[in-house]
Design a protein around this ligand. Structure first.
Ligand code: NAD
Length: 480
């Protein structure tokens, strides 16, 4: 295949231009067939007053090429500025964040000789929806959203990735002992989709012990699939213990577009000094080559890079006296990789990428969801209030009596009425749970809110209670 693949490239900020220059030189020497379109993103664009750091004209290039190789960029602090990474991910629907974490023992110092974990992190949902409210003087709410299609896409991706890359096991990490509905949904989809991949071993960890196990025994893991926040944390833990965050890669994959980058930032402390390690971005660009079907080039470049690492030619961040042979800057490292093009490592395992197919993994359409009977059976009314739970119980149980029964009151999720414990601390954030006596409509709820407001109680939020095919669509309060 001689046809060139169009790719959008951004040189970024700080060490970005240096490591991008190095990466592109190595790709060229490896015979990559790329037609590069450059766009400007980051600091200079923010300075021009573009709040999300990317000009409208750059979107046109991304939509045309659908492949983005991105150097790190500076994200300004302060209100009003939006993270470019989050904007690009969400705009282009890059739902899967794939982060391979590999150790290169004994050539790069690490406590974990055999580590080859790939973290597949959901990239669009969870607490990263950024839906937050300050509801009382002392309480803020951050909304965690987990959807069935969002879970299905990422879990399917993880299994397809495992199959395509001859991986043996997929581990699901969740906290469904506490978040029974949201994380429970994610895990039930894992079980359902996992049943279609019987040849792949499957396991589940609660995220807290799972994180501890990754830190202590990373060799026990293969592919890990998890929600957005957990994935963000465990991928940093996993990258750190490989011995070098500087080698971490982050691929962001969507249905039609994909973005590849290094995990690290702009390293302002070493920018312009010619000593940055280009390996993170280079390894990201190798994932890009596989994504566009240039597996032959990916294999050649990756093996040349492994041979360079094995020969002890190391930049300052990974240089260790007694292990490394030569401390080099960015240019010399680049030349060393170029000089080894066509060679393979001897002690580290050479990579094999097999036949190439452009477009990345193709997933089947989402499963059809059987319609369920949804019934309104009550509502939770949230109040900003201070006082004694029994006094609130007395007042609130006299409201809406034609249509509702006050079932319980909770404060920050803990039941405090009826029969609350005296020791429970109560803040200014209360929930009144009203259950319907018979058939309920939205008008009954509005009528109830009117009655509560008339008592000078400050209603801050209403949450409807539904059943789905008779099963509760809400959890019980703690202590209920
Ligand atoms: P950082 O990753 O830039 O630097 C942390 C430390 O690692 C520094 O000591 C740095 O010198 C070193 N380091 C990082 N990459 C290296 C490399 N390739 N070679 C050698 N040493 C390297 O993290 P930070 O200092 O917290 O962030 C700096 C800036 O980068 C911030 O503006 C932040 O918003 C941005 N950032 C951008 C991205 C991105 O665009 N994807 C990711 C993270 C941080």
């Amino acid at each position: 295949m001689t046809q060139k693949t169009p790719v959008t490239v951004a040189r970024g900020d700080g060490i970005g231009p240096e490591i991008m220059d190095a990466t592109l030189k190595i790709l060229e020497a490896g015979g990559a067939r790329l037609e590069i379109e450059e766009i400007e993103i980051g600091e200079k664009v923010y300075e021009r007053g573009v709040k999300n750091g990317i000009e409208d004209s750059s979107w046109a290039s991304l939509r045309r090429t659908k492949v983005f190789l991105k150097a790190p960029i500076f994200t300004p602090m302060g209100k009003g500025y939006k993270s470019l990474n989050v904007t690009v991910r969400k705009t282009l629907g890059l739902y899967a964040n794939v982060r391979p974490c590999t150790s290169y023992y004994p050539f790069i110092e690490t406590n974990h000789e055999k580590m080859d974990v790939v973290i597949v992190r959901e990239n669009e949902e969870d607490l990263y929806a950024g839906i937050e409210y300050r509801q009382t003087q002392t309480v803020c709410e951050s909304m965690k959203l987990i959807s069935r299609p969002g879970s299905e896409k990422i879990i399917r991706y993880a299994f397809e990735y495992a199959r395509a890359n001859a991986r043996k096991k997929v581990t699901c990490m969740i906290k469904d002992n506490i978040m029974k509905m949201a994380d429970g949904l994610f895990y039930s989809v894992f079980q359902e989709i996992g049943a279609e991949y019987p040849e792949i071993e499957q396991e589940r960890y609660i995220i807290d012990i799972g994180t501890a196990r990754i830190a202590a025994k990373p060799q026990d893991f293969d592919v890990i699939v998890t929600e957005n926040l957990y994935g963000d944390i465990i991928s940093d833990v996993a990258a750190e213990i490989t011995g070098s965050v500087g080698l971490g890669i982050s691929a962001n994959i969507g249905q039609t577009c994909a973005m590849f980058e290094a995990m690290h930032g702009t390293a302002p402390d070493i920018a312009g000094k010619g000593i940055a390690n280009p390996s993170g971005l280079l390894l990201g660009s190798i994932m890009m080559l596989v994504h566009i079907g240039q597996n032959d080039v990916a294999e050649r470049v990756h093996n040349a890079w492994l041979k360079t690492i094995e020969d002890g030619i190391h930049t300052g961040d990974i240089y260790r006296e007694g292990v490394s042979k030569k401390r080099v800057g960015t240019d010399e490292f680049t030349q060393a990789v170029v000089a080894r093009m066509g060679q393979e490592p001897v002690r580290l395992s050479p990579v094999r990428y097999g036949e190439g197919k452009a477009g990345g993994l193709q997933l089947p359409p989402l499963k059809e969801i059987k319609p369920q009977k949804k019934e309104l059976v009550g509502c939770d009314v949230y109040l900003d209030w201070m006082g004694d739970p029994d006094k609130l119980g007395d007042m609130a149980s006299k409201m809406g009596t034609g249509n509702f029964t006050l079932e319980m009151i909770s404060n920050r999720g803990m039941k405090v009425w009826p029969d609350g414990a005296k020791e429970t601390f109560c803040g200014d954030h209360w929930r009144l749970r009203y259950k319907a006596k018979g058939t309920l409509t939205q008008h009954h709820i509005l009528d109830l809110i009117d009655q509560i407001s008339a008592q000078k109680l400050d209603v801050i939020k209403i949450e409807n209670l539904y059943t789905f095919d008779g099963e509760n669509g809400f959890t019980q309060a703690q202590g209920e």
